[in-house]
Design a protein around this ligand. Structure first.
Ligand SMILES: [Fe+2]
Ligand SMILES: [Fe+2]
Length: 270
């Protein structure tokens, strides 16, 4: 009977920073293979590196949506490809960090609907060891929670460098949102958990990109720069397989709380 077959969870997949062409391809392959198997209902992906490692052009944003991504979040590279200034306001599917200066177009927090559920997705930038002029993300988050419309589920992409800042943010907002997932470092952390007041947390979801690179970039160039300080422009690593990192949140239909958080690390020969 249909009644007994009805699923009791909403499954949201969050994909780490997608790096370049091969990262986009791995995203497409993962979603083709796992979407049904893992009963994924909604997909959020960080796309700040999707266009050749830095920024996101319109063509690649549309490619991600076609692969099955519902919401693309960004980070410190949000406006690296200038054309985004012209298209970001045309697509509700893209979020740039909310705590950027208001001079930037786009929005950093929106509500999406899937079936009867409303899902707010918020994108924020951290400040520790990060360049730029982001406003205090704690204050921005307070403002969203106090002033913006509430949703059944609220997922936060906290794009930041320091695990300490990410943990501080997560503990501060435990019980106030459904999940806080970190992005930006391109290195997955094994600390996924559900905090005492119910908020799911992981310091960093990782990346989808060249596994034999350094954070996705060419080993040769990064080593030269790191070892000698010689100025280089980073290209992406073309050798070796591609790593896919994503985290699945299994959300209880009745409580809207995460009951299970699960990490993926797949390797694709592309
Ligand atoms: Fe970043
Ligand atoms: Fe990144």
């Amino acid at each position: 009977m249909a009644f007994f077959q009805r699923r009791k969870t909403l499954n949201i997949l969050f994909i780490g920073d997608i790096v370049g062409k091969r990262g986009r391809k791995a995203t497409q392959i993962f979603l083709e293979q796992e979407m049904e198997k893992e009963s994924i209902d909604f997909v959020i992906a960080n796309g700040e590196n999707a266009t050749h490692g830095k920024g996101l052009n319109r063509e690649h944003m549309l490619e991600l949506l076609k692969s099955g991504v519902d919401v693309v979040t960004l980070g410190n590279h949000a406006f690296s490809k200038k054309e985004i200034l012209h298209y970001i306001d045309l697509y509700d599917e893209i979020l740039r960090p909310e705590n950027l200066n208001a001079v930037f177009p786009g929005k950093g927090s929106r509500i999406y609907n899937i079936g009867e559920k409303s899902i707010r997705v918020t994108n924020l930038l951290g400040r520790a060891f990060m360049d730029g002029n982001a406003e205090n993300p704690f204050d921005t988050m307070d403002r969203i929670l106090n002033e913006e419309e509430k949703a059944d589920i609220h997922i936060v992409d906290f794009h930041a460098e320091a695990t300490g800042e990410k943990q501080s943010f997560a503990w501060n907002f435990d019980g106030k949102v459904t999940a806080i997932l970190g992005t930006h470092t391109h290195v997955v952390t094994a600390d996924e958990r559900i905090l005492p007041k119910g908020t799911a947390f992981q310091s960093d979801v990782g990346m989808v990109g060249p596994y034999f690179g350094i954070l996705g970039a060419s080993r040769k160039e990064v080593i030269l720069k790191t070892r000698t300080g010689f100025p280089t422009t980073f290209e992406l690593e073309e050798e070796g397989p591609v790593l896919f990192n994503g985290t699945l949140l299994q959300i209880d239909d009745a409580t809207n709380q995460v009951q299970k958080i699960k990490r993926f690390a797949e390797i694709y020969e592309i």
